[in-house]
Design a protein around this ligand. Structure first.
Ligand SMILES: *[C@@H]1O[C@H](CO)[C@@H](O)[C@H](O)[C@H]1NC(C)=O
Ligand SMILES: *[C@@H]1O[C@H](CO)[C@@H](O)[C@H](O)[C@H]1NC(C)=O
Ligand SMILES: *[C@@H]1O[C@H](CO)[C@@H](O)[C@H](O)[C@H]1NC(C)=O
Ligand SMILES: *[C@@H]1O[C@H](CO)[C@@H](O)[C@H](O)[C@H]1NC(C)=O
Length: 413
């Protein structure tokens, strides 16, 4: 999102009188270095596991070599055991079949309101003589963190969906072994890790698919200025602006696209971070490498920050209302209503800018009382040389400006 770069320079608001970023942000720990250290720990662990495994395999070899030469040493393989045969005998029958589960895609990208198909298929080797009854379960670990929850459970043709997924999900079952999950009418907060588990008797295997949405991340401040949002306040603020608190993945993607923002903001997992592409003294020091930086000293400062919100494709459209005169905030709200629309929210303006290329060099009121305008083709007298949504902050409501409206219908003006 190169377009957000230098966005602060398009803002006429200042944080004068508030603490400077230098004093606030100089203590944060740099993310890339932490990851590197984590990598070394993982490497050491893997080395230890490998050594341990080798010793185990050696012992197993000594013990088993006489009587179980057929046992393959590979991981993830097992022999399927039938515990009751049809005549009801309690014998253990090793039938030598292995269950496999995999997904053709590790990650899927969709948009808000769209559909997504998360691939999953299972099969046996060798192929069984008759079809087997399995239970398929999809569960979800939200990108925002929290507990893994059930999405759908299916046995044969019967299935049951859970929680917020009720009525929005089904199992595809297009061919034998197909266990793909079809999600309809995606919400902004549906992103995360989905796990497909196939259960046959006492055995189960699973595969994992990540769901991401195409969207736009924008930094958001409270009308009173910088660092006025608690975590709950941040969630509320994003929701009111037709968006949701961004995840670290979404912010990281944005940083890769060039976002440079010197104010720390809440993320969905409750951490506070900020993306820096050009290191400089007031943003945690000029010597730190560029990256998404984590603000680690939450307990030392009041728990109030800005927030990074995430929004995705819009169903309706956002437009600048043609009007013969400028309006104060209340007049602007009424003008949109008279046009069969409503005053646009910040997330809607960002989505229209990002997905439909909305470009308008006229400042207009938005629902939160801020005044902004979207530029996709930078030109003189329309702010900085980078595309972006320019902000005039929150002017007094009696000031006169244009207005951006939002209408759900899809017809063109
Ligand atoms: C079940 O076990 C009985 C007794 O061991 C055997 O005669 C029969 O063939 C087995 N049935 C199947 C389907 O394996
Ligand atoms: C999503 O799926 C539903 C039902 O399967 C279909 O009616 C709708 O057109 C699909 N939407 C999109 C955007 O593909
Ligand atoms: C996710 O978004 C939907 C619709 O926007 C909302 O109703 C639901 O409460 C949200 N769920 C969570 C866990 O935030
Ligand atoms: C906007 O102007 C109208 C008169 O047209 C006035 O009644 C209203 O109080 C004004 N609102 C604000 C917020 O200044």
């Amino acid at each position: 999102m190169t377009v957000l770069k230098n966005q602060s320079s398009g803002t006429t608001r200042h944080s004068s009188g508030r603490s400077s970023p230098t004093s606030d942000l100089s203590h944060e720990v740099e993310k890339p270095r932490r990851q590197f250290r984590g990598l070394r720990i993982v490497q050491t662990l893997m080395m230890m596991i490998w050594c341990f495994q080798t010793v185990l395999l050696f012992i197993a070899h000594l013990v088993l070599s006489d009587w179980a030469p057929a046992a393959p040493p590979t991981q993830n393989s097992f022999f399927y055991g039938d515990y009751l045969n049809e005549s009801g005998n309690n014998e253990l029958h090793f039938i030598g079949m292995k269950l496999y589960v995999d997904s053709a895609e590790q990650s899927v990208l969709s948009v808000r309101g769209g559909n997504a198909t998360l691939q999953c298929r299972f099969w046996y080797e060798p192929v069984p003589s008759s079809p087997r009854e399995v239970r398929v379960k999809w569960s979800w670990l939200p990108a925002a963190g929290g507990q893994e929850t059930d999405v759908i459970v299916a046995f044969g043709t019967r299935f049951r969906s859970f929680g917020d997924f009720r009525g929005r999900v089904q199992l595809r079952q297009d061919f034998p072994g197909d266990a793909a999950l079809v999600l309809n009418k995606l919400w902004l907060n549906d992103t995360g890790r989905y796990r497909c588990t196939v259960v046959d008797g006492l055995e189960d295997q699973s595969a994992v698919v990540h769901l991401e949405l195409q969207g736009v991340v924008f930094p958001y401040q409270h009308p009173h200025g910088r660092y006025h949002l608690s975590f709950l306040g941040a969630q509320q603020a994003c929701k009111e602006q037709d968006s949701t608190v961004a995840t670290i993945t979404q912010l990281f993607q944005c940083w890769k696209e060039g976002m440079n923002w010197c104010n720390a903001g809440w993320l969905a997992d409750g951490t506070v971070q900020y993306p820096i592409t050009q290191s400089r003294e007031p943003c945690g020091g000029a010597r730190l490498a560029p990256g998404v930086r984590r603000y680690d000293r939450l307990h030392l400062y009041p728990n109030h920050y800005d927030v990074f919100c995430f929004s995705s494709l819009l169903q309706g459209r956002v437009y600048y209302l043609q009007s013969s005169h400028k309006m104060n905030l209340t007049e602007a709200q009424h003008a949109c209503q008279e046009d069969g629309a409503e005053i646009a929210k910040v997330g809607q303006l960002y989505s229209a800018w990002k997905f439909t290329g909305l470009d308008r060099c006229d400042a207009g009121w938005l629902a939160d009382g801020s005044v902004r305008y979207p530029i996709t083709r930078p030109r003189s007298n329309c702010g900085p040389s980078e595309p972006g949504v320019r902000s005039f902050g929150f002017p007094p409501p009696q000031h006169k400006h244009g207005v951006y409206c939002y209408k759900l219908d899809t017809e063109r003006v």
